[in-house]
Design a protein around this ligand. Structure first.
Ligand code: ADP
Ligand code: ASP
Ligand code: MG
Length: 438
């Protein structure tokens, strides 16, 4: 491990010049913070727009030969205001005009979206006096658009070996033909993790607008408590289940390299935040939970068939139906004579009727019932292993609120319990479970 911290700053941390000033102060307060990964400017308040969203809109309008001047002017003003507030002059207006030209002449969706990070990176490098290294040089995708971890790792290692301080924009990289390719939304978190691994940093700091990973989504539970420490495994369960503070794919590079992640708050840098670690030993059997997360909009297909298990081909047929319809199943709890397929509506689209029909024909069940509008809530905690009473506490809390539990499943890692409820009960359920563990 090297004496280096890679620090990624999210959209709200770089939304305007005041936020830039906070970021500069943070970076300069620890000289190990040598590689900085900025996102595009995010929202300054609830009604504001994210620059990335506006750039997507510009590209879409341009692709339909519609004028995107008005929207691009908003983007332009945001960047020019930041530059003038910070007394920076390095030809930003010309760069913005060139980008506009490219979008007008058919630049790709990924190219347009990536410019938010690119421009913010230029500003931050000028403001800090750090070298600017374009992500195009470092983050490599293969010709099918898949991220190439090995080639990127080698490149980062070689390119940064002699660069003591640099700003590297998040979110995007390049394909072999020179085309810009972005990660999925929120992907600057991934860039930060990749750079941290490439330089074998001792720590990856992820600076955002909350004081760490909170036990529950702060938009649902006000004053939700931050977690002091959390394992990669728990975090993976929570972020997969909707705790959106860190992109779920950002976990892999750092976990592989054994680099801890510290989630910190740009607006309260003195707060400890959350440490994400490979192992927290000894595992405490405290009877408490680490966190709660959840997602809405699932459909459950509940299938009953007597002696299901003795029909040797039943599960194969069921899985083949899912495969041929290109549907991935989220969970599949089963008992002796029944099985439920829990499928996200975004996977199912309009295929429900067809799938049910095929199950009826090929699997010959006694009954099939579909439950739409379901939500899943995951209660996660390493301290849950071998501790009695956690499930009871969760179910009692939901019963007290009069919330109907449609399904329960425990992950094989014994790290989580997943509960199926109706969409309409989602927020109430999370609040009730949170309260039960205070
Ligand atoms: P950034 O722009 O810094 O990447 P994000 O918006 O991607 O920030 O992530 C931070 C947001 O994640 C918080 O403002 C909060 O609303 C939301 N969030 C959802 N679940 C959680 C959670 N369990 N803990 C903390 N934040 C959460
Ligand atoms: N700016 C990109 C987005 O809004 C990436 C990021 O913020 O991480 O998705
Ligand atoms: Mg984010």
């Amino acid at each position: 491990m090297n004496d280096i911290i890679v620090a990624k700053f999210g959209g709200s941390s770089l939304a305007d010049s005041q936020q830039f000033a906070k970021v500069k102060k943070i970076i300069e307060s620890d000289n190990r913070r040598r590689y900085i990964i900025p996102s595009a400017p995010g929202k300054r308040d609830k009604k504001d727009h994210k620059i990335t969203d506006l750039l997507y809109m510009c590209q879409q309008l341009a692709a339909h030969n519609l004028s995107f001047d008005d929207i691009y002017n908003i983007v332009k003003k945001r960047f020019l205001d930041i530059c003038s507030d910070l007394n920076l002059s390095f030809g930003m207006e010309d760069i913005l005009d060139e980008i506009k030209e490219k979008i007008a002449h058919g630049a790709s969706r990924d190219y347009a979206a990536s410019r938010g990070e690119y421009l913010n990176g230029l500003i931050l490098s000028n403001y800090l006096g750090y070298e600017f290294i374009d992500a195009e040089e470092l983050i490599l995708f293969d010709k099918t658009g898949k991220f190439d971890a090995k080639a990127t790792d080698d490149k980062v290692n070689a390119r940064l070996a002699d660069v003591s301080h640099a700003v590297i924009p998040g979110f995007y990289g390049v394909m072999p033909n020179g085309e810009i390719k972005t990660f999925s939304r929120g992907g600057s978190d991934i860039t930060g993790a990749i750079i941290a691994k490439g330089v074998m940093a001792q720590l990856y700091e992820n600076w955002t607008d909350v004081s760490g990973f909170l036990m529950a989504d702060p938009r649902i539970v006000k004053d939700s408590k931050p977690m002091e420490k959390v394992t990669y495994k728990e975090l993976r369960e929570l972020s997969y289940m909707g705790a959106s503070v860190l992109h779920e794919e950002a976990i892999f590079p750092t976990r592989e390299a054994g680099i801890p992640i510290n989630i910190k708050n740009t607006n309260a840098p003195e707060d400890a935040g959350t440490m994400i670690l490979s192992d927290i030993s000894p595992v405490s059997h405290t009877g408490t939970i680490t966190g709660i997360a959840g997602k809405k909009d699932f459909t459950v297909i509940s299938i009953e068939k007597t002696f299901m298990g003795s029909d040797r081909s039943f599960f194969r047929k069921l899985m083949t139906i899912m495969e041929t319809n290109d549907i991935s199943v989220e969970h599949m709890p089963s008992s002796i004579d029944s099985i439920s397929l829990i499928i996200s509506d975004s996977e199912l689209n309009s295929k429900l009727q067809k799938v049910v029909e095929e199950i009826r024909i090929y699997c010959n069940p006694d009954s099939i019932i579909c439950y739409p509008n379901m939500a899943l809530v995951a209660v996660v905690g390493r301290g849950m292993i071998n501790t009695k009473g956690i499930s009871a506490k969760v179910f009692t809390a939901l019963a007290k609120e009069g919330i109907n539990i449609r399904m329960i499943t425990q992950g094989s890692s014994e790290l989580n319990i997943i509960i199926g409820i109706e969409n309409g009960d989602f927020e109430r359920a999370i609040k009730a479970i949170y309260e039960a563990f205070q």
